[in-house]
Write a protein that binds this ligand. Structure first.
Ligand code: IMP
Length: 426
């Protein structure tokens, strides 16, 4: 993907998350000098398979498995220090050296234990089906101007005063939900005193680091988490995450200007999945849904929840192409469809008997649309060993051609398995 005219690339999910971005980032990280997460937090679960080892990265960019790439948690990320150090220790225990390879923005907001209590309190009222990692409440505090940033740790006396205010405020909100549990100030102070000496040496103005790298002609990969339909502005609100997962969020959340971004790669599964609540128009009928879930291993990599499974939905991907300005597509998990006789593809929606060409703003309306399906022939042959487009069965090539045509974006990569080498570059 990278080339003379392309030194800053964004990778986004173009469905409801879990599209396989981790693998694509891992592959592209080989050509990158910096890999940057720009939004979300430990709600993500990016699975990367290296040789026979499987890594699930929640917070740290997937580029960490690709030395010498430097990894950055940008200002738009919500950073759970406990999750971060657990992840760093787990990587070290498996022989992955992260020494000097991870920087965090001093503007990033911290996810603290009281945010997780607030997340549980919120779920009692709203039932979004969140990951429970405190993501929404941390962003609420950020935009409510009552957050707690990495930079606040530089003055521990002032941090303790701030924490007293924040914990008291959180406890008031938790009490309103009827929950009996409360956040403990002492626990928070102790936690931050313990984390600060480890976190602060990693902290800097990472926007300046990225800017400098681009000016020096280095290659920067901006790694999105979750998917476009979970974007707080463009997703199926309120069944969304609390950040801008789309490409616009990449500039804001990494601290560079949008003019520095050269391309946006949208990652899509060859079918569609969704975890958590909210509409999924192309949901498959039970026996086939079960088959997709089992063959595709469609269980949340962080929460273990079964994902709902359905067919490729071109309306979703066309919409994602527009809101992200996608310049290329990566289609993942093509091999999951190897055993199907025929494969439905959602080409559009009807609503109350008419066509529905735009993504509706209201989930109530999206719940009522009916997908229009076109049925494509299956290829009934294994594709996991294929490395060139010309070696794919004809029906698999026809399937990809149709997806590309419906999405209106050229396919650049096709992934045919979990391993790094199971990829076809076009
Ligand atoms: P939150 O991000 O934990 O607040 O969860 C909000 C919604 O986003 C829920 O439906 C989650 O299941 C979904 N979600 C959050 N992170 C991911 C992810 O990495 N993959 C897929 N869905 C996610």
């Amino acid at each position: 993907m990278f080339g003379r005219d392309l030194s800053c690339l964004v990778v986004v999910g173009a469905q409801w998350g879990d599209e396989g971005k981790g693998k694509l980032v891992d592959v592209l990280a080989e050509q990158s000098d910096l890999v940057v997460r720009y939004q979300g937090g430990a709600n993500a679960g990016h699975t990367v398979v290296v040789g026979s080892a499987q890594f699930v990265l929640r917070l740290i960019p997937s580029g960490i498995l690709n030395p010498p790439a430097i990894c950055i948690l940008g200002n738009g990320v919500v950073l759970d220090p406990v999750a971060l150090f657990e992840e760093l220790d787990a990587l070290a225990a498996r022989g992955v050296s992260t020494e000097g390879r991870l920087l965090v923005s001093d503007r990033a907001h911290l996810v603290l234990p009281y945010h997780k209590l607030l997340d549980a309190a919120g779920e009692r009222q709203q039932n979004i089906g969140t990951t429970g990692r405190g993501i929404g409440p941390t962003y609420e505090d950020k935009y409510g101007r009552r957050g707690f940033r990495v930079a606040d740790l530089r003055d521990l006396g002032e941090a303790a005063r701030l924490l007293a205010e924040r914990v008291a405020g959180a406890n008031e909100r938790i009490a309103l939900s009827g929950m009996t549990e409360r956040a403990s100030l002492d626990e928070h102070v102790t936690l931050l005193e313990r984390m600060a000496p480890r976190l602060l040496p990693l902290a800097s103005d990472t926007g300046a680091v990225i800017h400098r790298a681009l000016k020096e002609g280095r290659r920067v990969l901006l790694e999105g988490a979750q998917g476009s339909l979970l974007d707080v502005d463009h997703g199926t609100y309120p069944y969304v995450t609390s950040s801008n997962t789309t490409a616009g969020g990449a500039a804001v959340g990494s601290g560079i200007g949008p003019t520095m971004i050269d391309g946006v790669l949208g990652v899509v599964k060859a079918y569609t999945t969704r975890v958590g609540n909210g509409p999924l128009p192309t949901l498959a009928d039970p026996p086939l849904e079960e088959e997709l879930r089992n063959v595709g291993g469609e269980f949340g990599s962080v929460t273990g929840r079964p994902r709902r499974c359905g067919w490729f939905d071109a309306s979703v991907v066309r919409y994602a192409a527009r809101v992200n300005g996608l310049t290329a597509l990566a289609v993942t998990k093509l091999d999951v469809l190897d055993g199907f006789d025929s494969i439905p593809v959602g080409t559009g929606y009807t609503l109350d008997g008419g066509t529905c060409t735009e993504m509706p703003a209201e989930v109530k309306v999206l719940e009522r649309v009916r997908p229009v399906y076109e049925t494509l022939r299956g290829w009934k042959a294994p594709t996991g060993g294929v490395r060139a487009l010309s070696d794919l069965p004809g029906a698999a090539r026809a399937y990809l051609d149709r997806l590309q045509e419906l999405a209106g974006v050229p396919i650049r990569y096709v992934s045919v398995g979990t391993r790094r080498d199971q990829i076809i570059s076009l």
